[in-house]
Design a protein around this ligand. Structure first.
Ligand code: BES
Ligand code: MN
Ligand code: MN
Length: 460
């Protein structure tokens, strides 16, 4: 069976690559209103490709935002059902001048595909479309499969949450399978067994009713930029702990054993610093880098602006200063509760000389994935088959909002079978996906189907 699959992939290699390139040419930036039509076009293209691959019931669901693509292939009601989730939307490509090749003109260089979305998540969800085609064409599809490919992951998946609530029956499955995370390397394959949650807020500090001459008024009127800087600076103490009251109340504390296990994953601190050209790492005292990005909550500024930012000097005391602030959450923190704790604290921090507004933008709940399940064992065995090594379980630092909701609304757990690399420049200029990883993924996915159905039938 493996031989048949390998042969089919080998024979169709060039076409599988060409098709991915075609998908990558769509500028499907979910955050940008001017790309609304591009989003529809991308969704239609994905739907067509699912039909071509052999799916039935392919449907495009319009939402208040961007369309959701749904498809399925039900082969046998007695076999398990896999729900594949992915997202066809991408992050804005800006700043464009930092790209070595244009973001929506995919370019193959040195075994890497450069394009926005190459890894996050077009390259990765398309592996599932091609793996499905491969199983259909080689007569090896052993599970029922449902696809749900959305266009709003990068903006919080609000409309998908509603869709899942309204289509519970249709989406029922034994497991959700997602390729939208990374592994350590081809030599050290890993599986993410966690995702962090997210609380995202935008803050505004408002001073005088207009920008002022900084000579005439400076020193006598509170400068919102200075006040905001001080407020933000006070959110971490000298140990880099977050100072919001109650912030750590619900944080899951791992046993020493579990911490030791996580820290067994290889981490090359010197290589990490070299890659980022930073002189030193930074973070919460008492925790390793692996822990800081996996099991500890964090607070970051994603953007901050105020006053004059054009060329040269303008003497001005700005009227407003703003920032976008995200907090990554770990089990058992709750996004809404943390956003509220932030709001209460931040409003209190402000001196009477300014007013403060906190707007909660969106959130996601954290996830942990058990490793003693049939699905995890099937995933580990699939990786072992194609990589020749047992994968290491690691806690991922990013967020995928719908994962916690699949569990909450549908009662279905997820397997994160990711084939990206941390160095793939997700959300950054020059995003890439290794060609090898793309084909490794297409090869590994059918193995998951096979082992999952085999192991499932053994327990029954
Ligand atoms: N694919 C990422 C999430 C990810 C990346 C998880 C790497 C683990 C490792 C996803 O597309 C993403 O970027 N999610 C956003 C959340 C969203 C609400 C904007 C994130 O994590 O910032
Ligand atoms: Mn993604
Ligand atoms: Mn992303």
């Amino acid at each position: 069976m493996e031989e048949k699959i390998k042969k089919y992939i080998e024979k169709n290699k060039q076409r599988f690559l060409d098709e991915l390139f075609e998908l990558l040419r769509y500028p499907s930036v979910s955050a940008a209103p001017e790309h609304r039509q591009d989003m529809v076009n991308t969704a239609k293209h994905v739907a067509q490709k699912l039909t071509d691959a052999g799916a039935s019931h392919v449907e495009l669901f319009p939402t208040q935002g961007h369309p959701i693509v749904y498809a399925e292939k039900i082969i046998d009601a007695t076999q398990p059902t896999i729900l594949i989730y992915g997202h066809y939307d991408v992050q804005p490509p800006e700043p464009l001048e930092l790209w070595q090749t244009p973001p929506f003109e995919p370019t193959l260089l040195d075994g890497k595909i450069f394009a926005r979305g190459a890894c996050d998540d077009k390259g990765q969800f398309y592996m599932h479309v091609k793996a499905f085609e491969t199983m259909m064409q080689t007569n090896t599809l052993s599970c029922n499969v449902k696809f749900i490919i959305e266009g709003e992951e990068e903006v919080g998946s609000d409309n998908l949450a509603q869709f899942v609530n309204e289509h519970k029956q249709r989406l029922l499955a034994d497991i959700v399978l997602i390729s939208d995370t990374a592994m350590i390397s081809l030599e050290t394959p890993s599986i993410d067994i966690g995702l962090r949650g997210l609380a995202y807020v935008e803050v505004e500090v408002v001073g005088p009713n207009r920008d002022l001459h900084s000579g005439v008024y400076g020193g006598a009127v509170a400068n919102p930029a200075i006040i905001l800087a001080k407020m933000i600076a006070s959110l971490h103490d000298s140990n880099n702990h977050i100072t919001i009251p109650g912030f750590y109340d619900d944080v899951e504390n791992l046993t020493e054993e579990d911490r030791d296990l996580l820290n067994k994953a290889p981490f090359d601190e010197e290589g990490y610093k070299r890659d980022l050209t930073i002189k030193d790492i930074w973070g919460e005292n008492g925790y390793t880098t692996i822990e800081r990005t996996g099991i500890r909550p964090t607070l970051d500024i994603n953007g901050i602006w105020s006053g004059y930012i054009g060329e040269g000097a303008k003497t001005v005391l700005p009227s407003i200063a703003s920032a976008k602030i995200s907090m990554r959450l770990v089990p058992n923190q709750q996004s809404e509760k943390i956003a509220q704790a932030f709001k209460t604290h931040f409003e209190k921090l402000a001196p009477s000389s300014v007013s403060v507004h906190v707007k909660v933008l969106h959130g996601a709940e954290p996830v942990v994935i058990p490793t003693n399940s049939i699905a995890y064992q099937a995933a580990a065995k699939a990786i072992q088959t194609t990589f020749g090594k047992r994968p290491i379980p690691v806690r991922g630092g990013g967020s995928i909002p719908i994962v916690a909701l699949f569990e909450k609304i549908l009662g279905i757990k997820t397997i994160l079978l990711g084939f990206g690399l941390d160095s793939d420049n997700l959300h950054s200029p020059n995003e890439k996906f290794e060609v090898t990883n793309y084909f490794k993924g297409i090869e590994t996915i059918p193995m998951f189907y096979r082992y999952f159905s085999e192991m499932k039938s053994q327990v029954h």
